[in-house]
Design a protein around this ligand. Structure first.
Ligand SMILES: Nc1ncnc2c1ncn2[C@@H]1O[C@H](COP(=O)(O)OP(=O)(O)OP(=O)(O)O)[C@@H](O)[C@H]1O
Length: 493
């Protein structure tokens, strides 16, 4: 028997779910507010949580990570409004087990609950608790959800597709999935698809017989055979030529392949993990990537967040890599000055975690004998960025002091500047038109303009999520987080 928690403000849905839960022999607890639900999840030994998205006191999606962090790490089944595909997607990205649409039927309520309970009773309980995160750090909710998914993926055989910008840790995660899988004692074979010469890509993958083509003076085993029993990691899979995609799809379907120039087929048994920093869905719409292969690859999709979406993780990574480098060189501990940390946080880290790692190596080389780290130890471009941000902030404050509204913070990523809203902001501190009026603190000023920008974004592009994301340059989760921060309704997304 399991403990099921139902968090929904709709009494009818609470009652319907309670009936389904008790009929399956489990115990049901209910909460009509998010606050009470989270409290019950934290307090009790809960196996599964049914969680409504639109709660009177907040958005259920924002509570998933917290609920998953409760001691019993319950599985979360999200209840979304009909057609809220974006909410469902976000729920899965935050680590939800599954989602059901309103109005729920007995079948839609029962199936995911049965599967989640089966998973927990079958030893799948708390996979993250037994997952070895060797060398993996980061605390943000999104990164934690990625680790959860990796832990779940590791115990099974399903194909995994890791996506994310360069340096976000795709290869590190692929290695961790292999290391935590039953195949850990077998080979982990990396195929860098971007480095495969197009003319011999099939021979590199599938091997070749002697004389199969000009220059093939020996027989050789391909990488697929080398991965037999273990894990094949296809890095930069978007670079795989179309002809090789077709051949590889067949391998995935039939687990058999024929070496180039060979007569007999060979069996192969490998677990596939692929990675890309490209948008494979867009590529497949343009005919550049086979859709059938994409479907096969993304058994479990793990989308690693860019570092700039989780600024709070920057000092953590900096400390982590600094310690690693310091211990390797036998140097004493360093103190990170506030200015040093501020400069790190102001920088957007386009090279993500890899860039932090390289930067900290450089910092340590410069600061060998200095106990305290200052901005001067950072590379010039990072210092320049920090200084520019500071100057821009003071410039903006000065313009406000003159009664002018600054244009710079509204520069849209797609080009032209977005005009500031005509009406006075609905909330937040009003800007002083009177030059003698006291200035708001810079944080309030920034927050207020952020809110104005979001309102404008929603007004102009209501209902067009793709446009909203491309114009703003925000990731989906960052957008939701900002809407929540400013108390704006995501309904118009
Ligand atoms: N969560 C993490 N914790 C600690 N180190 C990390 C983490 N993520 C990435 N790194 C480190 O950052 C560097 C880059 O990671 P990795 O090579 O896995 O990125 P990637 O996404 O595969 O990059 P690319 O797309 O350029 O191949 C590595 O040194 C890796 O160990």
């Amino acid at each position: 028997m399991g403990n099921i928690l139902i968090i929904d403000d709709d009494l009818d849905i609470r009652d319907a779910l309670t009936r389904v839960v008790t009929r399956l022999g489990h115990e049901a607890r209910t909460a009509a507010t998010l606050d009470e639900g989270c409290r019950l999840a934290r307090a009790g030994d809960v196996d599964v949580v049914f969680l409504d998205v639109r709660m009177p006191d907040g958005n259920g999606l924002d509570a998933i990570a917290d609920i998953r962090k409760s001691a019993s790490a319950p599985e979360v089944i999200v209840i979304t409004g009909w057609g809220e595909a974006d909410g469902a997607e976000l729920a899965m990205r935050q680590g939800a087990w599954d989602y059901i649409e309103k109005p729920p039927s007995v079948r839609t309520m029962t199936a995911p609950l049965l599967r989640a309970m089966e998973y927990r009773q079958g030893g799948g309980t708390l996979p993250a608790a037994t997952f070895r995160f060797d060398g993996i750090t980061g605390k943000s909710a999104r990164r934690a959800a990625c680790l959860e998914l990796a832990a779940k993926a590791a115990v099974g055989e399903v194909n995994v597709l890791l996506t994310g910008q360069t340096g976000t840790g795709k290869e590190l995660f692929a290695r961790a999935i292999h290391a935590n899988s039953p195949r850990t004692d077998q080979p982990f074979v990396v195929v860098d698809c971007a480095a495969l010469p197009a003319t011999i890509v099939e021979s590199v993958l599938f091997g070749n017989e002697k004389g199969a083509y000009t220059g093939a003076d020996t027989r050789r085993d391909g990488l697929i055979l080398q991965a037999h029993g273990g894990t094949l990691f296809l890095d930069e899979v978007g670079e795989l030529p179309l002809s090789a995609q077709k051949a590889f799809l067949r391998v995935l379907q039939e687990r058999r392949f024929r070496p180039v120039g060979g007569r007999e087929e060979k069996n192969c048994d490998f677990r596939l993990v692929a990675a890309t920093n490209q948008d494979l869905e867009a590529m497949s719409r343009q005919g550049l990537f086979r859709q059938d292969l994409l479907f096969r690859l993304q058994g479990i999709g793990i989308d690693l967040p860019p570092l700039r979406d989780n600024v709070d993780d920057v000092p953590l990574f900096a400390g982590h890599f600094l310690d690693q480098a310091r211990l390797r060189r036998g140097l004493p501990e360093k103190i990170l000055s506030d200015e040093f940390l501020a400069a790190l946080s102001a920088y957007p880290w386009p090279g993500n975690i890899r860039e932090v790692c390289n930067t900290m190596e450089g910092v340590l080389a410069l600061a060998r004998d200095d106990q305290v780290l200052h901005p001067v130890h950072l590379p010039l471009h990072i210092r320049v960025h920090a200084v520019r941000s500071k100057v821009e902030e003071s410039e903006a404050a000065r313009q406000v002091g003159n009664g002018a509204r600054p244009a710079a913070p509204f520069a849209a990523s797609g080009g032209g500047a977005v005009a500031p809203p005509a009406a006075a902001p609905e909330s937040g501190q009003a800007l002083p038109g009177d030059p003698t009026a006291p200035l708001p603190p810079i944080k309030d000023f920034r927050d207020q303009h952020e809110a104005d920008y979001l309102r404008l974004l929603l007004t102009r592009h209501a209902g067009n999520m793709r446009k909203i994301l491309s114009v703003s340059g925000l990731s989906r989760s960052r957008l939701y987080a900002l809407l929540k921060k400013h108390g704006l309704s995501p309904e118009r997304l």
